[in-house]
Design a protein around this ligand. Structure first.
Ligand SMILES: [Zn+2]
Length: 789
């Protein structure tokens, strides 16, 4: 039996404000110290994360803080985001991650690393002399400007620096976590001093100036100041938390309006964490309700099957998820990290099981999947685009936000497995672990090979017979009345309460064993905008197929700006396999593979490039490969139409080739140089399997008018979603002016222009595409000279 562990934590929050009407908590969480992981994919992830944490060089992370405090640096700063403006942000996350890892493992080396970080940051705070700790380049100057009301805010900048408030939020959160999770008293004192600095920073600013400043991304500063208020019991920090609450985001949420479309997703989620934290401290029902509304909006209307949200980091319209399957910047890990933190807060005050159902879904399919199980590298964007891939960070090169939140993610898997009331023990997740419940002097061991086997076993080790109610979450992915429970080998009648839990009220004795069988089945889930894209789940697990492994450019990221984006070639979506089935019959196309747990065959696929049958495995086990999570679906009739369209296109291409005198594939090097490309302010690209060129200035080529037969110019455009205006000149005469309003489709589109008879005798024709009216040219894919229409 374990000895008493340290209890400092969130429990102390409740006591700090005796005078305010706090929101009543329905349960308490166990301290991370009380839970230890046993062998499982999560334990493996935690172990790898520990290695990653120790590989990071503390002195390099500390360098920006020392520099800004005027102290000699002991090492060079890291590169990437750490020396291009966001200097110090990883250092803050590092404090949090070390604290969580220490609480989860009691690892001595991790504890020492944390102590070292704190002692060095303390030196910085002392040298700064005003309570401030930060790596923001030339921070002293901008903080002084801000204190004097000289505020120049934009989404991703403040006084010409890269989100300094977001940056220092990481330091605040790190100090808070070092105190709350690892019990470091020094961290508490540093945190309070730094919060006092923030009070002085904004004391002369009007509300209007504050709100203006909050347009700049600022993480969850309101949350952390509310935490300081709870830790100290001092209301001045609660006032500060209010000052840092962004009304522009809060107000629509209070009236249940979803105004999120177009907003940068991870700028908003942490603000809502703050609203909820303040609400809980003050017992403010309407702010709490606003946070719940936000969660429902994001989870129920803006998330994909893995539990992630956003495209290119922004919320897109709820009725248009097309960007999700087209773009290569899918759900960002930070967003889900924060959505899980919000779920944790909302569950605690509601005991609503839906928060745990989401938590489990996102934990397996997004969070766990964002760590490479061999290298420990962390993922920024998890693409939903079929046939694309993810890139992984490396400890010495990649200094992105999602590495910061990522090193925290894999250090706290113990936080939500269990929860408790006075006489209730909640089992919410089926992650192998031991729990020591101090209040009851009970040790619980959860053993299983979940999810490979859909069952778990709980055994109880008690000093004396102890009465409490065991509450087992009835997972949303099990069909009704399908769970079986055995106590000491004997099946029991299940008493499923309205709250979605199976309740077992009993006097527990040493050696009691509870086995829970939770059969999984296949479920098909449509993209939330109801378009014909489907994902496949088995129990809580999203299944995916591996496609090819070629051209995974930048798979292990270097320190280049943009190294977090999987910029290798995009496989054209039209080449992706299609499930040929009525939507409600898709699950009948999926069969288990015998002898391989969690492995399935998906058949009825139509594709000219891929097999008609593919293997599905849990997405969290799929790495270093291109993959498919969302499958386009079509009925047999649709496929026949599609085939007919392809045939018509092929015939049209054949006909076109016959009447073509000369042809240029724009944006492709050889054909362009063969045709003497000239250009000004022009660029090329490769999308949807085709090369293109456009220009803000112009570009041109020389075409061969074979036998002086040319009668027409043929142009093919791609992606007409951006407005464009341009002239087409032949031998310096304008033969057409084109204006496109940007409402065209995404596919290609062609245009044929007659050549004036005055030009048809020249055996060389020079074509020039020239932008006009301050617009760009369209993206041009192909130019041909035709002998007839
Ligand atoms: Zn991120």
């Amino acid at each position: 039996m374990k000895t008493t562990r340290i209890y400092i934590l969130f429990l102390s929050f409740a006591c700090a404000f005796t005078g305010t009407a706090q929101t009543k908590k329905k349960i308490d969480y166990f301290d991370l110290h009380a839970v230890r992981l046993l062998d499982s994919p999560f334990k493996h992830a935690q172990d790898l994360d520990k290695v990653y944490l120790l590989e990071l060089n503390a002195d390099r992370l500390l360098a920006p803080f020392l520099r800004e405090a005027g102290l000699p640096q002991k090492a060079e700063s890291y590169t990437n985001w750490e020396n291009t403006g966001l200097d110090g942000h990883i250092g803050g996350h590092y404090l949090s991650a070390l604290s969580l890892m220490y609480a989860s493992t009691d690892d001595k080396e991790i504890g020492e690393r944390l102590n070292y970080m704190l002692s060095e940051l303390k030196r910085c705070q002392e040298a700064n002399g005003n309570g401030y700790i930060g790596g923001v380049p030339d921070g002293k100057k901008i903080w002084e400007e801000i204190a004097n009301g000289n505020i120049r805010a934009a989404g991703f900048s403040l006084n010409d620096k890269w989100v300094p408030l977001y940056n220092i939020h990481k330091t605040y959160a790190g100090l808070r976590d070092a105190y709350l999770y690892a019990g470091r008293q020094d961290a508490k004192e540093m945190l309070i001093k730094m919060s006092d600095w923030a009070i002085r920073l904004v004391e002369n600013l009007s509300d209007t100036q504050m709100q203006d400043m909050l347009r700049s991304e600022h993480g969850g500063l309101n949350e952390v100041f509310a935490d300081v208020a709870a830790i100290t019991g001092d209301k001045k920090y609660l006032k500060l938390a209010h000052l840092f609450s962004h009304q522009f985001v809060l107000e629509p949420l209070l009236s249940h309006e979803d105004k999120l479309t177009g907003m940068h997703a991870n700028t908003q989620i942490p603000k809502v964490l703050g609203f909820k934290r303040i609400a809980d401290i003050e017992g403010n029902e309407s702010w709490s309700d606003a946070s719940r509304f936000f969660w429902e909006t994001v989870v129920e209307h803006r998330s994909v099957c893995i539990g992630g949200n956003s495209v290119r980091e922004h919320f897109h319209p709820t009725n248009d998820f097309s960007g999700m399957v087209k773009e290569i910047e899918g759900p960002e890990t930070c967003n889900t990290y924060n959505m899980l933190r919000l779920s944790k807060m909302l569950y605690q005050t509601s005991l609503d099981k839906k928060y745990m159902d989401y938590y489990e879904r996102a934990l397996y399919n997004h969070i766990l999947s964002t760590q490479n199980p061999e290298t420990g590298g962390l993922v920024y964007f998890t693409q939903m685009r079929p046939g694309h891939y993810r890139v992984y960070s490396q400890p010495q090169t990649s200094m992105w936000c999602c590495v910061g939140s990522g090193i925290e993610n894999h250090a706290k898997y113990g936080e939500m497995i269990y929860a408790h009331g006075v006489d209730e023990l909640y089992v919410n997740l089926f992650i192998p672990s031991t729990l020591y419940w101090e209040d009851k002097k009970v040790e619980v061991t959860q053993n299983n090979s979940f999810p490979d086997q859909a069952s778990t076993e709980l055994s109880f080790n008690t000093e004396r017979p102890t009465k409490f109610t065991l509450k087992i979450r009835y997972p949303s992915w099990v069909e009704a009345n399908n769970v079986e429970v055995f106590i000491n080998g004997k099946g029991i009648r299940i008493n499923q309460t309205d709250d979605g839990y199976i309740s077992i009220d009993r006097k527990w004795v040493m050696g009691d064993k509870v086995v829970i069988q939770m059969p999984m089945h296949i479920v098909v889930e449509q993209l939330p905008d109801q378009t014909n894209y489907y994902s496949i789940l088995y129990g809580p697990l999203v299944l995916a197929a591996k496609t090819e492994k070629d051209d995974l450019a930048g798979l292990f990221a270097d320190d280049s700006r943009g190294g977090h984006i999987a910029h290798g070639k995009k496989i054209p979506l039209r080449d992706m396999p299609i499930i040929v089935s009525d939507p409600d019959k898709i699950s009948s196309c999926i069969q288990p593979v015998t002898g391989k747990p969690l492995t399935f065959t998906l058949s009825n696929l139509y594709s000219h490039k891929y097999p008609n049958e593919m293997e599905l495995i849990p997405f969290f086990r799929l790495h270093e490969s291109r993959y498919i999570i969302y499958w386009p679906q079509a009925t047999t009739e649709d496929v026949a139409k599609l085939q007919e369209r392809i045939m018509i296109e092929e015939k049209e291409n054949e006909r076109l080739d016959k009447i073509t005198l000369d042809k240029i594939t724009c944006g492709e090097q050889q054909p362009e140089s063969d045709h003497f490309i000239q250009s000004d302010k022009s660029r090329t690209g490769f999308d949807e399997g085709v090369h293109w060129r456009d220009a803000q200035g112009w570009f041109g080529y020389q075409l061969k008018n074979v036998n002086n037969d040319a009668k027409y110019v043929f142009l093919k455009y791609l992606d007409l979603q951006e407005p464009s205006a341009f002239d087409i000149l032949l031998n310096d005469s304008i033969i057409a002016s084109v204006t496109l309003d940007g409402t065209g489709g995404e596919e290609t589109f062609s245009q044929v222009i007659e050549i004036p008879s005055s030009l048809s005798d020249s055996d060389k024709l020079s074509i020039k595409i020239q932008a006009k009216d301050d617009r760009k040219t369209a993206k041009i894919v192909e130019i041909r000279l035709l002998s007839k229409k």
